[in-house]
Design a protein around this ligand. Structure first.
Ligand SMILES: C[S@@+](CC[C@H](N)C(=O)[O-])C[C@H]1O[C@@H](n2cnc3c(N)ncnc32)[C@H](O)[C@@H]1O
Length: 296
């Protein structure tokens, strides 16, 4: 399914109303199927004009057949309050306005992420400015924030890092700004790869980004980070584990609390190769860091 910028007005919009939906489940589903979405956040006190229902999600299908496909998918996953409408007159302006809802977030005392078109209000060491609406990894999602929290602890000056499923490149860019030396992102979505390189340029750093599956990656790295849902992480577990140096760290994000009873055993295959180090939680999302044991 193609990824595209949501600021290109098209004929239809699908609104998912907040009532009866769990926000993390809606986001989860949209992300799992690479459907770009706009999340309507509450207005700022300074907003003179506010359009949209806070807590709702808006999708912009390319055409009626994609709209049908998305509606069927949402309904089959029991997402309630799904409504398809023509885009209102003046949609171009209206679509521009949603960008104003994106604000900077202070993720850790030294990392802030936010939209490229707004100055960062925080006085921090690491700012990651992202062009929102193009794809995954604007920094507004809990799993990206949790990954950043753990990266803040494990990335050291001179570290080498692989960002698996790099999306917008937010994690690799943050790692580079934390002092990492070589940062390589890879993603199975070619648009994400391009976007990550553009975002790196916007942030004045160099990262490497590859359109490839995990099996094409060679070498071993101080840090490997992957922010993907459990069902995507499990099939590539061996490939991800292989990329971590002895003594290096593996940061896994995109997990939810319900995964935790079975996920670690399934992911690590009980090989005893990795030692659990830390876990962070946010709104039902979980991120963990493991260290690969040094071989004797
Ligand atoms: C949830 S987004 C994470 C984006 C970004 N790293 C972040 O933390 O905000 C997951 C990304 O993983 C990519 N992806 C999914 N399965 C993959 C796989 N098997 N190998 C590489 N990339 C994958 C998707 O295309 C998507 O860009």
């Amino acid at each position: 399914m193609g990824r595209r910028s949501v600021d290109q007005p098209q004929g239809l919009q699908i609104i998912i109303h907040p009532e009866g939906n769990t926000p993390s489940q809606v986001k989860d589903l949209l992300q799992a199927h690479s459907i770009p979405y706009q999340e309507v956040l509450p207005p700022e006190p300074t907003d003179e004009l506010f359009i949209g229902i806070p807590g709702s999600y808006i999708l912009y299908p390319e055409d009626a057949s994609q709209a049908d496909e998305w509606v069927q998918l949402l309904e089959s996953h029991k997402v309630h309050g799904v409504e398809t409408q023509p885009l209102p007159d003046g949609a171009a302006n209206w679509l521009e306005r949603w960008k104003e809802f994106y604000q900077w977030t202070l993720v850790t005392p030294r990392i802030a992420v936010g939209p490229v078109f707004r100055p960062c209000p925080f006085d921090v060491e690491v700012t990651v400015a992202i062009e929102p609406g193009q794809g995954f990894g604007t920094g507004t999602h809990e799993s990206s924030q949790l990954a950043l929290e753990l990266l803040d602890n494990v990335v050291k000056p001179g570290s080498t890092l692989v960002d698996a499923g790099s999306g917008s490149g937010i994690l690799a860019i943050a790692a580079k700004k934390l002092g990492a030396d070589l940062c390589i992102g890879f993603d199975i979505d070619i648009d994400a790869v391009k976007e990550s390189l553009e975002n790196a340029q916007r942030n004045g750093v160099t990262i490497h980004a590859i359109h490839a599956p995990v099996d094409a990656m060679v070498g071993q790295f101080d840090v490997v980070v992957a922010n993907m849902l459990a069902f995507r992480l499990l099939p590539i577990s061996k490939g991800l584990r292989r990329l971590v140096k002895d003594g290096g760290h593996l940061v896994l994000a995109g997990l939810i609390e319900e995964n935790m009873a079975t996920f670690p055993k399934a992911f690590f295959d009980d090989a005893g190769e990795f030692e659990w180090k830390d876990r962070h939680y946010k709104n039902g999302w979980v991120s963990e860091v493991y260290q690969k044991k040094a071989r004797r």
